[in-house]
Design a protein. Structure first.
Length: 113
């Protein structure tokens, strides 16, 4: 599942691993181009080229999250929506490969766009 990308590329893994989050879709963009759409309990694996990239995760009525990543190594990002009574806060964090591997075995993989 987590095999290495071909030479000159790497994989960007983005996961929404929790079921209690809003069921609205979160759109994943790399350098302004939409590459995937995630719901709760899903993840995407997107091949990216070398160099610096800007990853944006957008969910309706929630502040967008932007992260800079390098395309020279695989990157593992967890995206979570934390709900309170009156607001929703987006959170992102980088995971180690072993952490992501443990999370994605129970998630549904979505096809990149």
């Amino acid at each position: 599942m987590m095999s290495p990308a071909e030479a000159g590329y790497s994989y960007l893994y983005v996961a929404r691993p929790y079921a209690q989050q809003r069921s609205v879709a979160s759109r994943v963009f790399v350098d302004g181009k939409q590459v995937a759409e995630l719901g709760p309990m899903t993840f995407a694996r997107v091949k990216i080229g070398g160099g610096e990239h800007v990853v944006t995760i957008a969910t309706e009525n929630v502040q967008d999250r932007q992260i800079s990543v390098r395309g020279s190594q695989d990157t593992h990002i967890q995206y979570q929506l934390t709900e309170s009574f009156f607001s929703v806060s987006p959170e992102t964090k980088f995971l180690e490969r072993s952490e992501m591997k443990m999370k994605i075995h129970r998630l549904e993989m979505v096809a990149p766009l």
